[in-house]
Write a protein that binds this ligand. Structure first.
Ligand SMILES: CC(C)(COP(=O)(O)OP(=O)(O)OC[C@H]1O[C@@H](n2cnc3c(N)ncnc32)[C@H](O)[C@@H]1OP(=O)(O)O)[C@@H](O)C(=O)NCCC(=O)NCCSC(=O)/C=C1/CC=CC=CO1
Length: 267
């Protein structure tokens, strides 16, 4: 059986590829376990300075929980009275989101097709989304009588505002790439044939950039969303001190003075 998730590291960039194109990259148990491992490896490896999350095929990025597997698991829950099935949120979805959102390095999503349910949630954990013009987004959860998971109730209102997020969660429907761009869900929309190259260009730029500063920017933005201005100023002071002590800061300033392009080392 082919690997359900591919993992490759080159020149500081970890590429994680969901690899069940024949099943719209739906998340069966094997895929969730492999994705969790890949996300945790990429987040924890200091040699990895950026992460690219994408999927195989041209139809789907990820349609969320594999409902064809899920129906069998629900039936066996009913037979055994175990209620095990929904523990996947704690066991798989939450750790995947924690690893990607908490990674001290930029995460880029290359959204190659429909992103639905948890697939939409995973795309939103990325710091930057490059989206194929043929892709679409659908919250889907209420369509299968479920509430939000994969962090989407945290990320979506922050990206598009609480009123629009409630609308998309209560009335799931497919949002085109162009509408996603206008809403701020997509950072860039590119022709489908150019998606991989364009997203990789963005991710490789970030992978060769000032990693300590990027991690601090990511932390500062998340912090600022849930703290007062006064607390955020304190946090910025702490994070700016950290960035200012990095080797890359010294390299950048020297390069500026020398009128050269900086060659960052990621420390
Ligand atoms: C809007 C769609 C995503 C795409 O629509 P469309 O492009 O018209 O494609 P379809 O014709 O509907 O689908 C093509 C084939 O793919 C199969 N498929 C689609 N989604 C899934 C899925 N999630 N699981 C399994 N298979 C899927 C579909 O059956 C077709 O197969 P056949 O060719 O054999 O017929 C649309 O497909 C859609 O709405 N899909 C459902 C999205 C969804 O509800 N996802 C799950 C949300 S819940 C979740 O993600 C997380 C959890 C977490 C914890 C526990 C439990 C559940 O969910």
């Amino acid at each position: 059986m082919a690997d359900t998730v591919l993992y490759e590291v080159s020149d500081g960039l970890a590429t994680i590829t969901l690899n069940r194109p024949e099943a719209m990259n739906a998340l069966n148990i094997a895929t969730k376990v492999a994705l969790r491992e890949a996300a945790e490896s990429a987040a924890g490896d200091t040699a990895v300075r950026a992460i690219l999350l994408t999927a195989a095929g041209d139809r789907a990025f990820c349609v969320g929980q594999d409902l064809k597997e899920h129906i069998g698991l629900l039936a066996s829950d009913r037979e055994t009275g175990s209620g095990q099935t929904m523990s996947t949120v704690k066991e798989h979805y939450n750790p995947i989101v924690r690893a990607l959102a908490g990674a001290a390095k930029p995460v880029v999503a290359a959204v190659n097709g429909v992103a639905a349910g948890a697939g939409f949630g995973f795309a939103l954990t990325a710091d930057y989304r490059v989206v194929a013009d043929t892709a679409s987004f659908n919250t889907s959860f209420a369509g299968v009588a479920l509430t939000a998971d994969s962090g989407i109730s945290w990320t979506l209102p922050r990206v598009i505002g609480p009123s629009r997020a409630a609308d998309l969660l209560l009335f799931p429907r497919s949002i085109s790439a162009q509408d996603a761009l206008e809403l701020g869900i997509a950072n860039r929309v590119v022709p489908a044939a150019e998606l991989r190259a364009e997203a990789e260009k963005v991710a490789r730029t970030l992978a060769s950039g000032p990693t300590v500063a990027y991690a601090a920017i990511k932390e500062a933005v998340a912090y600022g969303l849930t703290h007062s201005l006064e607390e955020t100023l304190e946090k910025e002071d702490e994070l700016q001190t950290r960035a200012g002590q990095s080797e890359d800061h010294a390299i950048a300033v020297q390069a500026f003075v020398n009128k050269e392009k900086p060659k960052y080392v990621g420390r």
